[in-house]
Design a protein around this ligand. Structure first.
Ligand SMILES: [Zn+2]
Length: 80
């Protein structure tokens, strides 16, 4: 939880971070899944997060604890 300004509440409120996986650009077939695996394998390991999901496939949101408004935030200081 961290304090962020919420436009809806009009004040600083507690926010929690939520990671949502983007729809994969790959198909569901075994062959496509294998391509996705290789792509992930050869791309920089520094972008990997636990669970095998790549950051490129993950959207980061902060959600207001008061009103529940989700704000997309893919440029957090955590990864800079
Ligand atoms: Zn709010």
């Amino acid at each position: 939880m961290s304090k962020r300004f919420c436009e809806v509440c009009g004040s600083d409120t507690e926010h929690k971070e939520v990671m949502k996986q983007k729809p994969s650009k790959y198909g569901k077939s075994k062959k496509e899944q294998f391509k996705a695996f290789l792509d992930g394998f050869f791309s920089s390991s520094s972008t990997s997060i636990p669970g095998g999901a790549s950051l490129e496939l993950t959207d980061r949101y902060i959600v207001c604890a008061i009103c529940g408004k989700a704000t997309k935030e893919n440029h957090g200081s955590e990864f800079q």
